[in-house]
Design a protein around this ligand. Sequence first.
Ligand code: BGC
Length: 349
Amino acid sequence: MKAITVEPRKPGTARLADVSEPNEHEGSVLVEAVAVGVCGTDIEIVDGKYGWAPPGKTHLVLGHESLGRVIDPGRSGSLQKGDLVVGIVRRPDPVPCPNCAVGEWDMCRNGQYTERGIKEIHGFMSERWRIEPEYVIKIDPGLGILGVLLEPTTVIAKALEQVVIIGRRSFWEPRTVLVTGAGPIGLLAALGARSVGLDVHVLDRMESGPKPDLVRALGATYHSGSVRELGFEPDAIVECTGVGQVIADSIQAVGSSGIVCLTGVGHGGVVTAAACADIAASAVLKNNAIVGSVNANKRHWYKAGQLLARADRRWLSGLITRTEKPVNFMQALERRPDDIKVVIQFAEI
Ligand code: BGC
């Protein structure tokens, strides 16, 4: 069968390759790939900056934002042939650390977790894949291709949960939320925050294209300047750009007792020691909490499924701006100005 593979840490090695059928030890459920979303992490892996092949192997099958159709339900009990499913990305570490032991693999303490398509386990960009029954999420069949948005929604379900949990440290009634970055994660964060009635503001550098309308369609406000020009102090900020200046500005712009949740993964940038102390002083004097959030556990997969199932389908379909065939996977990995979520489609839905 065909799969999109890469030799991690070696740029220029991604290709559509012939690989053997998935092995039974990867799970008793056999799935036909329908679509796989592309995200910044995939681009980093293809650029040779991130990723790990399975132990003893040189290549990794890419892809962690899956959507597939069950061919063989294996030992799952509850699944049926034809069900639309998505695969959970992370597996607990083998020790296991206390967090992985209680199913909070997203909070793994020893870094020995594995992730499909990212860290030591093959991903979902292959014509067929296998999975363990306990890591399969069956989606609302009415979502169709939109089910490919479940994985990024889980990242947001966790991030918003973190904000709520941390908010309980004091009397805090958040009303305004700023989301920085109107990519898929930012727009899904706006969806999640709007779904609980918050006054949501989304800031992005794009002044035209589909993003402003998508934000307004949620009943949220779109901004295209810098965080410093906002003119109000948000109660919480969900940072989805990973850009140093936006992060620094967000920490200084958030209101007293507010929370900044960092979800973007960036690199580099220069922050002087003085600037660092100013940023910290601002957080100290306003009792701010700054939290990083990555990945998701089963509770977040459940919550994300609920959020997607209730969301407006037309709005969700506006997030998928480009669909490419596996043979054109390199085009799928390009970032174009109007792209939000690009999807590689393996089979008709
Ligand atoms: C994925 C997460 C993963 C993280 C770090 C993200 O793109 O959505 O599931 O934990 O990358 O590897």
